[in-house]
Design a binder for this molecule. Structure first.
Ligand SMILES: *[C@@H]1O[C@H](CO)[C@@H](O)[C@H](O)[C@H]1NC(C)=O
Length: 191
């Protein structure tokens, strides 16, 4: 019994839908590699209330001649951006501002498609939530576009809505051939 409880606890822990991603920053005009900016944990196990938090942050050192920086998910080993990136002015990271991130994921929440970022002025009257913040947005499955579907217009130029043919209307001839074969071969087989 103990063992079972232990096992189910392990399974429960493994199935928690939490993920950690690393956000990097790179000055747009300089040929230097992106540097670590923030680590973000997110958990989409309750889709109505996706939870995320910034678990690590390193304020970037930006020299005065960098005016624009790029922010996104970056893979150090392959040297590639793995999400779409945001370009914003370096001022967003200056003193008195706190970065706010938006992660956009695909419908299953597994892949981060894009990272948005803005520096939000820290309001002196506001006593909490000074630190970097993040929200996660899960993009829904979009309605599929129907390609190559002819648009039919009535003589007055209005779009005519055509009813989809039913299965029987489309494939009655298959049934007819089937019936014909059954009847004719059935007759031939008789001894
Ligand atoms: C942050 O960057 C955007 C885009 O470059 C810019 O419009 C905005 O003014 C910047 N905000 C601050 C606080 O510098």
């Amino acid at each position: 019994m103990r063992v079972l409880l232990f096992l189910s606890a392990i399974l429960a822990a493994a199935s928690v839908d939490g993920r950690t991603v690393s956000v990097f920053l790179q000055p747009v005009t300089q040929q230097i590699p992106p540097s670590f900016l923030a680590e973000i944990d997110y958990d989409l196990s309750s889709p109505s209330e996706p939870a995320a938090q910034v678990t690590g942050y390193e304020a970037p050192e930006i020299s005065s001649n960098d005016d624009l920086v790029r922010v996104g998910l970056y893979d150090r080993s392959s040297g590639e951006w793995t999400s779409s990136t945001t370009v914003l002015s370096a001022e967003n990271f200056s003193k008195g501002y706190s970065p706010h991130f938006i992660l956009t994921t695909g419908p299953d929440g597994k892949e981060v498609l894009g990272v948005g970022c803005r520096g939000v002025r820290i309001d002196a009257g506001q006593t909490r939530d000074f630190g970097p913040q993040v929200i996660v947005q899960v993009t829904g499955k979009g309605k599929q576009v129907e390609l190559n579907k002819p648009v039919i217009l009535s003589p007055e130029g209005k779009k005519v809505v055509q009813e989809e043919k039913t299965f029987l209307q489309k494939y009655w001839w298959v049934l007819a051939i089937g019936v014909f074969l059954a009847v004719s071969s059935g007759g031939g087989d008789q001894k």
